[in-house]
Design a protein around this ligand. Structure first.
Ligand SMILES: *[C@@H]1O[C@H](CO)[C@@H](O)[C@H](O)[C@H]1NC(C)=O
Length: 209
């Protein structure tokens, strides 16, 4: 009898601890770390932590880029913390664009739900891969590479993009160059762009100096 009860005990022991390690819902009240947010107390985790309705609605495209990105990353959807996946919704009005950008932390998979999107990326060898995508088409964007999506159709477009990280990160090239305080002369010297164009873009995007 001793052996079966020991076995039973160890099975119970293993299964109760295994369930704790199934997930690590982010405790957003604590600080982020390089390996993700600390875990919310598993006893307080409910279905609601694994469900998010925020990407069910179209984003507001009344803005400079005529487009909206609605993310479901760890910050919005704590259930993906530590799972290596996340998703976002793209809405693009006619002429809308997700400007040239990178996600330092993840590759991206796009699926077109509605409309026509011209999408592409630029490799480290500066080779450009771009294509006009229609409803149902998918395209993959390798991690860290510059890429863009442009509504090239005559109606609004919608897509979902999934990422191989719960925190893919986002750096938009124009904002990186023109929405900060780096002196115009330094931007000019390091990009070969002319000063008038830099000042114009700083004005539009909120940069200074
Ligand atoms: C969309 O954004 C614009 C500009 O910020 C704003 O004026 C408008 O009220 C917003 N529309 C909705 C439906 O929230």
């Amino acid at each position: 009898m001793l052996i079966p009860s020991l076995l039973m005990f160890s099975l119970l022991f293993v299964s109760s601890f295994a369930s704790v390690q199934d997930f690590c819902v982010a405790d957003l009240k604590q600080s982020d770390t390089p390996s993700g947010f600390p875990c919310k107390d598993p006893k307080k985790v409910t279905e609601a932590d694994f469900v998010y309705s925020g990407i069910g609605k179209a984003g507001n495209t009344t803005n400079l880029i005529k487009a909206a990105v609605t993310p479901a990353f760890t910050a919005q959807f704590p259930g993906v913390n530590g799972l290596g996946i996340s998703i976002a919704r793209l809405d693009l009005a006619v002429g809308g664009v997700i400007p040239m950008h990178t996600h330092p932390g993840a590759s991206e998979l796009l699926v077109v739900i509605e409309g026509t999107i011209c999408a592409g990326f630029i490799s480290s060898a500066n080779t450009v891969y771009f294509k006009t995508l229609n409803k149902g088409d998918i395209m993959v964007f390798p991690q860290g590479l510059l890429h863009f999506q442009l509504n090239s159709g005559k109606s609004s477009a919608q897509a979902f993009v999934s990422f191989g990280s719960a925190v893919p990160g986002l750096q938009i090239t124009d904002f990186a160059l023109f929405a900060n305080e780096l002196p115009t002369e330094l931007v000019a010297a390091t990009t070969f762009l002319d000063v008038a164009q830099i000042k114009k873009l700083k004005g539009v995007l909120g940069g200074s100096n």
